[in-house]
Each structure stands twice: as structure tokens, then as C-alpha cells.
Design a protein around this ligand. Structure first.
Ligand SMILES: Nc1ncnc2c1ncn2[C@@H]1O[C@H](COP(=O)(O)OP(=O)(O)OP(=O)(O)O)[C@@H](O)[C@H]1O
Ligand SMILES: [Mg+2]
Length: 271
């Protein structure tokens, strides 16, 4: 298991971000099993981006887990529908009770569509309360157990955690470097391509809260917004992506008809 050792670069399996224009400048996508931070200040469409990466992979019959720690699934889904994401095209499984997760995953094996498991905080809160081993560290174990449970029944290709900051508030990590190292290693070992939404401080001084997330992750995709002549322009850049020859330019991030696009230069702002 885990990321295999290769002898030729063409052997690296890649997962598309489906951000048009971005996969093309990163050898086709993110290496399978990589841990990627999706960093940005608030309102930069981090959640939308993570959801759309999972959604478009589900359209290709892959399966994913989206774990929302701060936004209720209703709020998140309403937002996605407003973005013209057609949820009927995937097998969307909303889970609020983790004890039923394995069964739900088993049912999903009968679906002809890719499955997106959407789990929100309420389910996790209950699970942490039900585990007797003390509060600290539990959240990380619960996250790992979600992945393990799903994987007993069905192939799991992608995972997204929304967000790291919410996890920190809940779990109060005592030793972030070690705890996050083990969490990220877990996803690599499982071969699940994972996305961790990371809220940046407004001064953009670091990609994660503890200053260690960027070293521990395999990749960073940075989304931002810049004000130009009273118009706000969204942008996206790959800060790093291990095992990938990628273009580090800053692209304008556009959103149209349910799809993200990275445009070089982008539309000039209207003055
Ligand atoms: N149809 C649309 N087209 C483009 N942008 C949209 C559309 N609908 C909503 N938005 C924008 O999406 C943004 C919110 O996206 P999202 O929730 O993914 O961002 P976020 O970075 O996760 O935010 P937060 O930091 O609050 O979690 C809003 O600022 C809103 O203006
Ligand atoms: Mg969000």
C-alpha cells in the first residue's frame, strides 16, 4: 500500500483537479496519494474548489469523502447547487451517523455512479463523545476511522477536510508537528489523495496555522483575491507539488457553468 516506488515518471498515477488550465501545467494532475493544502483567506472559494475536485472525480466513477467541520451539509450543498453543480449526476451519500457509515458504503457499491460521502460535524461530535479514550487526539482517530470504515467496503480515492482551523479548534493539538505528520502519513499510506483546507491569516504570512503544514504536505494550492481598480480578482497558484514539474505562475481563477478555470492573465479588470 501507499505510494509505490517508480522507475519511470510516466508511472505516476495522477488525480485531476478539473480546474481547466491547471492540470495542464502540472503534468496532468496531483500525484495519487499526495497530501495537498488548499490555502487561502476567507471567501476565496476553498470549500467550493475542494468540493468541485471531488465532484468531478466522482463523475469519473471515483469515490470521495468530504468532511465538513464548520459548515453544515445543507449550507454547503445549497452553495454548490447555486454554483450549478448538478448533484444528481453523482451518488451523494449524506451521513450524520458514523455507526451507519460502513453500511452506507456497502450500499454505494451497487451504484453505477461515483459516490461522494458528505459527513458533517454533528456526526463527528457524537462519535467523539461515544469514544471513551479521552478527548485529545480523538478527532484525528475519528478521521482515520472514517477512512478505514469506508475502505472496508469500497475503493476510496479522494478525501477533503474542511477545514484545518476547525479541526484545531476542536482537537487542541498539543504537538501539531507530530500529530499532523502522522495524519498526513496515514493518508499517503492509504493511497487516498487528500485535500486539507487551510485558512490563512489576512496578512498571508503563512499557508497554515502552525507554520508546519506547508513542510509536511506534498502540495500547496493557494487561492487568493486581489483588489484591482475596485474589482476583486480571484487567483490560483501552485506553490509546490512534490513529484511534479509544475508551473508556479499565478493564474486568474474563474468560475463559469459549474467549472473552475485557471486563466493565464485572465480578464483585464474594467476600469
Ligand atoms: N455562482 C457563483 N459564481 C462565482 N462565485 C460565487 C458564486 N456563488 C457564490 N460565489 C462566491 O463563493 C464565495 C464563497 O465560496 P466558499 O464558501 O467556497 O469560500 P471559502 O473560501 O470556503 O469561504 P470560507 O472562508 O467562508 O469558508 C463567496 O464569496 C461567493 O461570492
Ligand atoms: Mg469554506
Amino acid at each position: 500500500m501507499g505510494i509505490p516506488l517508480i522507475s519511470d515518471k510516466s508511472e505516476i498515477a495522477r488525480i485531476k483537479t478539473h480546474i481547466e488550465g491547471l492540470d495542464e501545467v502540472m503534468q496532468g494532475g496531483i500525484p495519487k496519494g499526495n497530501v495537498t493544502l488548499l490555502s487561502g483567506v476567507s471567501g476565496t472559494m476553498k470549500s467550493s474548489l475542494a468540493f468541485s475536485i471531488l465532484y468531478y472525480n466522482c463523475l469519473e466513477k471515483r469515490n470521495g469523502v468530504y468532511l465538513s467541520l464548520e459548515q453544515s451539509y445543507i449550507s454547503l450543498l445549497n452553495h454548490m447547487v447555486n454554483l450549478d453543480i448538478d448533484l444528481s449526476k453523482i451518488n451523494l451519500v449524506i451521513t450524520t451517523d458514523l455507526s451507519k457509515l460502513e453500511n452506507r458504503a456497502k450500499e454505494a457499491t451497487n451504484s453505477s455512479k461515483g459516490t461522494l460521502f458528505l459527513i458533517d460535524l454533528a456526526a463527528l461530535r457524537k462519535e467523539v463523545r461515544d469514544t471513551k479514550t479521552g478527548e485529545r487526539g480523538n478527532w484525528l482517530n475519528v478521521i482515520k476511522n472514517i477512512v478505514r470504515k469506508v475502505k472496508t467496503q469500497i475503493e476510496l480515492d479522494l478525501f477533503a477536510l474542511d477545514s484545518m482551523s476547525a479541526l484545531y479548534v476542536l482537537s487542541d493539538l498539543e504537538n501539531p508537528r507530530t500529530d499532523l505528520f502522522h495524519l498526513f502519513e496515514f493518508f499517503r499510506d492509504e493511497g487516498v489523495t487528500s485535500f486539507f483546507i487551510s485558512e490563512m491569516p489576512l496578512d498571508r504570512s503563512r499557508y497554515g496555522e502552525f507554520d508546519v503544514e506547508d513542510y509536511l504536505s506534498d502540495g500547496i494550492i493557494f487561492v487568493d483575491r486581489t483588489e484591482k481598480y475596485r474589482k476583486v480578482v480571484r487567483s490560483v497558484a501552485i506553490i509546490k507539488m512534490r513529484a511534479t514539474d509544475c508551473d508556479l505562475d499565478i493564474y486568474t481563477l474563474e468560475f463559469e457553468n459549474g467549472k473552475f478555470k485557471a486563466v493565464y492573465g485572465g480578464q483585464p479588470p474594467l476600469v
